[in-house]
Design a protein around this ligand. Structure first.
Ligand code: COA
Length: 241
């Protein structure tokens, strides 16, 4: 593909997916634009087994954009990486057409697999800010991964996945019933522990207050007894005199 055609296509992609762009010239400032150009060149060298050169180009792009696309990754048309910083695309990742990635996305491996280690994203997948998709599985077409999710299992097409670990909350535009997969009311061990400590604290405070009250009333009683016995002693003394 010629450079002019590439720029036109990128411009179209960015205009479609980033409402923040105002003028055509801005396309040259997008980290996504720079990173994808570098990737396309690096990928050609990688395919010709010029691995060092390919990595050199991709690492240079990392320093300039904060986006690390391994030259071995296979990427279709219309990839858009919004903001960009912190995006990592692993060597054996396969991306279909019209994928959108936001900042902080990792398409990585679990560290336990060899060979194909990274995910495959089918056409029109969107991976939101900070999401981690790790492992060699497929995310079906038109699916969305929510911000901050950690996806470790295959995702069916037309689904929305959120949470850690990622679970499907919507499929074919239908919300999935909560009783089968409650994302929000998962047991939270930290808040459970805090609640337990809080109730212990209240119980101990009440116990301490009861003991304090008892001590106060006992010291009142002792004072009263002392007072009475002192009075008696005085009377006896006066009587003796
Ligand atoms: C996932 C997302 C794409 C919405 O997809 P959607 O298919 O329209 O899903 P919905 O908004 O109907 O949400 C479905 C459920 O998931 C929950 N949910 C949505 N996003 C979530 C997230 N990131 N984490 C946890 N839960 C989330 C919703 O609260 C909703 O729960 P409910 O059924 O109890 O109401 C969106 O929430 C998201 O994460 N966008 C981030 C985009 C981004 O990265 N922007 C950065 C720009 S700089």
């Amino acid at each position: 593909m010629g450079f002019i055609k590439f720029v036109k296509e990128e411009l179209q992609v960015i205009k479609e997916r980033d409402p923040a762009i105002k003028t055509n010239m801005e396309v040259f400032l997008y980290p996504s634009f720079k990173a994808i150009i570098s990737y396309r060149i690096a990928h050609k060298f990688y395919m010709k087994k010029h691995y060092f050169l390919a990595r050199w180009i991709s690492q240079r792009a990392v320093r300039k954009t904060g986006i690390e696309i391994h030259p071995g990754a296979k990427i279709g048309k219309g990839l858009f990486i919004d903001h960009g910083s912190g995006v990592i695309i692993g060597e054996t990742a396969i991306l279909g057409d019209n994928i959108t990635l936001y900042q902080g996305v990792t398409l990585g491996g679990t560290g336990k697999e060899s060979g194909k280690r990274h995910p495959t994203l089918k056409d029109n997948v969107m991976v939101s800010a900070g999401a981690k998709v790790i492992g060699s599985f497929t995310v079906g077409e038109n699916s969305k991964i929510g911000a901050g999710s950690v996806v470790i299992h295959p995702v069916p097409p037309n689904s929305t996945v959120v949470g850690v670990p990622g679970r499907v909350v919507r499929r074919d535009d239908q919300k999935l019933p909560r009783n089968t997969m409650d994302q929000v009311h998962l047991p939270d061990p930290i808040s459970y522990e805090l609640c337990r400590l809080q109730s212990d604290n209240v119980r101990l405070k009440n116990k301490l207050k009861t003991m304090d009250d008892k001590l106060a009333s006992m010291s009142e009683d002792i004072k009263r007894i002392n007072h009475i016995s002192l009075g008696n002693e005085n009377n006896n003394y006066q009587n003796e005199r």
